[in-house]
Design a protein around this ligand. Sequence first.
Ligand code: FE2
Length: 444
Amino acid sequence: MTVIIFERNDPDSSTARDHKPANQEESAISKDPRVTHASDLEEEGYRQPLEASSPTTGSGSPDLMAGIKAASGTGLPAKPRPSLNRVLQDISASLGDLQTAVREADLRGEADRAAAESAMVEANRGYRDLFDLAPDAYLVTDAQTVIAESNPAAAAMLQVDQGSLQGKPLTHFIAEADRPAFQASLIQVREGGEKRNWEFRLQPGEGAPFSVSVNVSAQTDHRDQLVRVLWLLRDVRESKAEEDRLKSLLSRMKSSFHGVVDAVAEAVEIKDPQTAGHQRRVAQLAVAIAREMDFSLNRLEGIRVAGLLHDIGKIAVPMEILSKPGELTNLECEFIKSHCQIGFGLLKNIDFPWPVLQAILQHHERLDGSGYPAGLTDKEIILEARILGVADVVEAMVSARSYGPAQGIGQALEEIHQKSGILYDPEVANICLKLFVERGFSFD
Ligand SMILES: [Fe+2]
């Protein structure tokens, strides 16, 4: 065991000066031959240890002075303090290591820089290839749309030599009639940074103007100043032609569809001449009601088709029953009632984009469940069928039938008013009444 006592220069300190063994145990330790001798302290270097061989009696104690001499080298073989040299050596070694590390880092940095530059060259080459080989036209212009760069596709699109594009303003190649709109949109690009699916017409070096679809991206510098505009132009002549062709085809298909619907509606009326024009007039009133209910144009088209076809099932009902004067037997009534399901069955394989089938099936359902064929109530009946139901009753009552004379619009509206909320949707009924009373609606 080694005990070391350090002398302090603090004159007030009594730690070493006044140290006395506090007890026998401490005293015994002081006499322990294993306590530190000066030779033990040599390795400590920067310390000023004293041999704790005897109790100290004060700063002037001979023992203490002897200890100081011993520690300072006068009482012990003089040895150089290794600490300074060692520290210098250590520092020198560390500096060497550091220099080596710096050199290695430099070498690594150079290698990294070389690799990065090589990668950049490769990347630039790749981008250049993409730029040059792209099927779409690419242009790079300054903020005033003066062309700085172009790819071969751009030159081909504009029918000029690629070299002659540089320095020319892009507006030079915009169809004259489109230039005001182009300039206006260019302001949006400058403000918004980009614009997609922008269409305008280019005026090539030769030939007529043609439409292009353009995506534009504006680039700014660190001061947020617009410095460069990237343009991607795509020739949309072919897609425009295809779009026009599809529009024309769709228009013809719509025309054909309406022709078929009208023909089917007329076929029913040929079978039952007394109801001639009934479906067309029901469709007219149903569309007028639906328009007041803010139906979209597409939904209005659906209810018009449903109105024109709502009684198509009557085509399967014997003409004798349809045109029978006077009251019908129960069996005949059931035959008549079956026209809803028959109509649904006839058209069920047609994929209408509107709820035509449900409207046909439900147009005789009533809010209180007294209708047919399913006895649906309230919102179980789709809105289109609730509208058709009101329009059907009004039209039927104002038209003469084999089973009775026309009752007139007054009685028809009275029926709707009285049964509103019971048989008929109250909102639909109210709008129907307003159409006749306030808007002057009349059947064609
Ligand atoms: Fe009907």
